[in-house]
Design a protein around this ligand. Structure first.
Ligand SMILES: CC(C)(COP(=O)(O)OP(=O)(O)OC[C@H]1O[C@@H](n2cnc3c(N)ncnc32)[C@H](O)[C@@H]1OP(=O)(O)O)[C@@H](O)C(=O)NCCC(=O)NCCS
Length: 219
């Protein structure tokens, strides 16, 4: 969808949080183990706790209403505990994909419509509205997006899959898939080749966004 189409787009209603939106086809325990592996098997990673509490918040919505109440109280406590101790706000109403890696901690306000599979998100990232009265208009982050530190993605924008957003960028418009975008406001700096195109061209170096993410975080 282009930036022009965006003008015509009306943000669909947000998920009301009345159902379990954990990824389908995997049980809660296996999901939590996968999240732990994604966070380098380190139970002291703040990102792991934020994701785990998010999964728990969704899982309890699959319980019958009467049984759910104590779990809801516990979820609310855990959610605040993650905010206070880790500085990460990740409401359970955000549709969160699998193997999402939250690098580091603090200043993360991740109020998105959805965050896709295999995304990387770093400290001081904000996903949210452009204006206070536009509650419905929050971003969609597609699969395999790599978000640099200090990024703000604001409004009903779509960050296309396999894109990389540079540190301290402010994204106010859609970013097409396979883009490297950065700046204030963020602009597309370059377009990455999809893996199929690289194979067809016989390119020697295939550097997938996932690989780029690992290199970036060595610093
Ligand atoms: C966006 C990014 C991935 C681009 O890396 P790259 O593909 O190697 O691109 P280059 O360094 O060749 O930069 C290309 C151009 O974009 C500019 N640019 C790069 N990152 C930028 C950023 N975050 N904001 C604004 N401009 C940026 C460069 O200055 C350069 O401009 P020029 O062509 O006028 O000289 C990288 O710069 C970045 O921001 N990574 C985030 C890493 C991070 O968050 N690390 C924290 C770890 S804790």
């Amino acid at each position: 969808m282009s930036a022009n189409d965006k003008k015509k787009r009306v943000a669909p209603p947000l998920h009301r949080g009345d159902t379990n939106q954990n990824p389908p086809g995997i049980g809660i325990l296996r999901l939590l183990l996968e999240d732990l592996r994604t966070h380098e098997r380190n139970p002291f990673e703040q990102g792991f706790w934020a994701v785990a509490v998010h999964r728990f918040g969704n899982w309890r919505m699959g319980l019958p209403k009467l049984l759910r109440f104590p779990f809801t109280l516990f979820y609310r406590f855990l959610n605040k505990w993650v905010e206070w101790t880790c500085g990460i706000t990740l409401p359970y109403t955000v549709k969160l994909g699998r193997r999402v890696r939250l690098w580091h901690h603090s200043g993360m306000i991740l109020h998105a419509r959805s965050i896709g599979d295999d995304c990387h998100i770093r400290h001081n990232t904000t996903f949210g509205v452009v204006r206070r009265d536009q509650n419905n208009e929050i971003p969609t982050i597609e699969d395999r997006v790599d978000i640099g530190c200090g990024v703000a993605v604001l409004g009903d924008v779509i960050v296309g899959h396999d894109s990389i957003i540079g540190a301290n960028s402010v994204v106010l418009k859609d970013v097409p898939p396979y883009s490297v975008a950065a700046g204030l406001p963020a602009r597309v700096l370059k377009t990455l080749k999809p893996p199929e195109a690289q194979e067809q061209n016989g390119d020697a170096v295939v550097q997938k966004p996932e690989a780029v993410a690992e290199v970036q975080t060595v610093a």
